[in-house]
Design a protein around this ligand. Sequence first.
Ligand SMILES: NC(=O)c1ccc[n+]([C@@H]2O[C@H](COP(=O)([O-])OP(=O)(O)OC[C@H]3O[C@@H](n4cnc5c(N)ncnc54)[C@H](O)[C@@H]3O)[C@@H](O)[C@H]2O)c1
Length: 328
Amino acid sequence: MHVLVTGACGFLGRKLIEALLIRGYLVGSMGETTPVSRIVATDILSEPHDLPTDERISYHPGDISDPKFVALLFANNPGSVFHLAALVSGGAEQDFDAGMKANLTGTLHLLEAARRTGVCPRFVFTSSIATYGGDLPEVVSDEYHLTPESSYGVQKAIGELLVKDYTRKGFVNGRSFRLPIIAVRPGGANSAASSWASAIIREPLKGVDYDCPVAPEDRGFLLSPSKAIEGLIVGHEAPDEAWGRNRSLMMAGLSCTARELVDALERVAGAQVAQRVRWQPDPFVRGIITTWPTQFSLEKATHIGLKADASIDALVADYIENMKATSL
Ligand SMILES: NC(=O)c1ccc[n+]([C@@H]2O[C@H](COP(=O)([O-])OP(=O)(O)OC[C@H]3O[C@@H](n4cnc5c(N)ncnc54)[C@H](O)[C@@H]3O)[C@@H](O)[C@H]2O)c1
């Protein structure tokens, strides 16, 4: 089976490709288990940064807002599409046109190209917690109507509706995941408004003082990268009946405050490390992240078998283990 992965050079794209190569098979469009024979990896970056070397990968740089480029990606009728490319929250808020191109036009081109294959590929779409906003109940269900309060959230919400309708029409077999804040993200910060949830752990562990742009009591809904990738694959493999007619779900995660993250850092790495966090709340960042809910009923995630990390300490420890493994 050919698999198409967009956003292949991004944080989750690279991890997903590694996981698919190790796993070696996926459920195909007809529900049959099929070896992954080729991964068409694509990203706007001209070089395939940090992608594993494997003869099953072919790298195709280009912009998904260009329909001719997108049509080429579907030349070999991929049986599965993992659409991860996006301009993330802070970036899409600051550059409206770029966000619309990457997140809305790009998603539409991919769905259209998938439709033209006529093979109804499984289509995984990475939506976001940012599709929620405004006056929300204390506990939010998968079915609660979407009232995003950022351009990124609106673009993702439209993407989910498109995936649902292309599924209803039989053009693709869609599965949209509202991702929590994925932490801890290695390397440097990106333009996501949620970047603090990773930096608050990562920077002190590097020995660097960190000015945290949210308040200690601000809450996030978090999931480790390992659990996120595991969840995308579990959800890809789940039968249609498990997804039902509504093809969106909120992924499992843990709700915690910024202070609780620092407390976990202290328990796992010591007080000296945790003391490197300083509180410098920034109205731009807080204006986005405090509109995101942090308590979910998670009916469909539970039904499909998606798992959160065991605890915040486990999420911090997962990062430290990965850090050690990559620096060996
Ligand atoms: N990481 C998180 O906390 C989080 C949370 C919620 C949702 N998501 C979603 O999950 C997906 C992956 O997130 P990530 O953290 O890996 O993001 P990332 O920013 O690390 O990766 C996104 C990739 O998309 C590529 N890209 C951007 N615009 C493009 C375009 N026009 N054409 C082709 N490629 C383009 C970028 O070059 C980048 O490599 C995204 O769709 C994101 O919106 C992530």
